[in-house]
Design a protein around this ligand. Structure first.
Ligand SMILES: NC(=O)c1ccc[n+]([C@@H]2O[C@H](COP(=O)([O-])OP(=O)(O)OC[C@H]3O[C@@H](n4cnc5c(N)ncnc54)[C@H](O)[C@@H]3O)[C@@H](O)[C@H]2O)c1
Ligand SMILES: O=C(O)C[C@H](O)C(=O)O
Length: 322
């Protein structure tokens, strides 16, 4: 049977590079591929590991019925021309550690990874996951020198999702109606905002007493540590991967979503020159705008305390790197 000649037009599929093919990175690759969002290049320092994970994910395509390519590599050249680079490389904490205890070991890893990845994908949007999150996001921005709107840290979506889950569990209701807001740094000084946390638009302050809300806030603040204590060898990865994936979706589909992310603030909330969790409009270029909410004096003060702690750790990290 005669067939028409093959078109010579080459299509370049959208690709996301994920640096660090551990628990968060590999779960994220699975989410991106199964949602059909983009091709994925998984990079890790361990020889063979990202290649094995990628092949395993590819072999699921017959069942999952998606056509995304997943490549595993140890070479940054293979990540070239990614639209988004996600950095999950580095150590997770173990029981008894705070996220800040990872500062020394992860700072150099993140700086090197960000520089290498952006050298091959100079127009990419950079999403940082490695802890301590807010500090690592600042270091990655400074190391790459790309506009701050293109650098985002993932934490607020995860912390908000945890708060939403605990609210739904307490009320015995569907998560579908719940929307919670958690701002500030990704640590003990995070700032959950109950009056902006609602069930179908009704603030939880109308539905739960103060002691119950405080209990749910405390569990949210301790959400990461609760899982580290249970797992013993590392931290959460399913909910973190889902959270990063929602940011990737907002960017690739240019959704203009309002999301709490660690973004660079330049005067908003009386904060300057720091990356911290604030509500942002997210679109194809990264952060379109930081939304300035009317916060109470107490909420503003809590954000200041949170930002001051991040600043101190940025300074410590810079001294270590020097
Ligand atoms: N921001 C958040 O909300 C959030 C959520 C979960 C995890 N995390 C953080 O993400 C990081 C990864 O967590 P995980 O559970 O996936 O850890 P993991 O140990 O499972 O994976 C980390 C991977 O990074 C790789 N790696 C180490 N150095 C590297 C380098 N120089 N270049 C490339 N790859 C390198 C390791 O080989 C490993 O495969 C940790 O710092 C963790 O604390 C943050
Ligand atoms: O708690 C951790 O160390 C991992 C992550 O930051 C989390 O919140 O799950």
């Amino acid at each position: 049977m005669a067939s028409t000649p093959l078109s010579s037009i080459m299509c370049t599929p959208t690709r996301v590079a994920v640096v660090g093919a551990g628990r968060v990175g590999s779960t994220l690759a699975q989410r991106i591929a199964e949602k059909n969002l983009a091709d994925v290049v998984l990079l890790d320092v361990i020889q063979g590991w990202p290649q094995g994970v990628a092949l395993d994910l590819m072999e699921a395509r017959g069942v999952e019925r998606h056509d995304r390519q997943i490549i595993g590599t140890n070479d940054y050249a293979d990540t070239a021309d990614a639209s988004i680079v996600v950095i999950t490389a580095g150590k997770p904490r173990t029981p008894g550690m705070s996220r800040d205890d990872l500062l020394k070991i992860n700072a150099r890893i993140v700086v090197e990874a960000a520089k290498n990845a952006i050298a091959h994908s100079p127009n990419a949007i950079l999403i940082i996951v490695t802890n301590p999150l807010d500090v690592m996001t600042y270091l990655a921005w400074e190391a790459t020198g790309i506009p701050p709107q293109r650098v985002l840290g993932m934490a607020g979506i995860l912390d908000s999702s945890r708060f939403e889950t605990f609210i739904a569990m307490e009320l015995g209701c569907s998560i579908a109606d719940i929307s919670a807001t958690v701002l500030g740094s990704h640590g003990d000084l995070m700032v959950p905002i109950p009056r902006f946390s609602t069930v179908r638009g009704i603030p939880i302050t109308e539905l739960l007493d103060a002691a119950t809300i405080e209990r749910l806030v405390a569990r949210t603040r301790n959400g990461g540590a609760e899982i580290v204590e249970l797992m013993q060898t590392g931290g959460a990865f399913f909910a973190p991967a889902s959270s990063v994936c929602s940011m990737i979706e907002a960017i690739l589909l240019n959704q203009s979503r309002l999301m709490p992310v660690a973004a660079y603030v330049q005067g908003e909330y009386n904060l300057d020159d720091v990356f911290i969790g604030v509500p942002c409009w997210i679109h194809c270029g990264g952060v379109r705008q930081v939304l300035s909410l009317n916060l109470t004096d107490a909420e503003l003060e809590a954000l200041q305390v949170s930002a001051n702690a991040v600043r101190e750790n940025i300074q410590r990290a810079k001294e270590m790197l020097a």
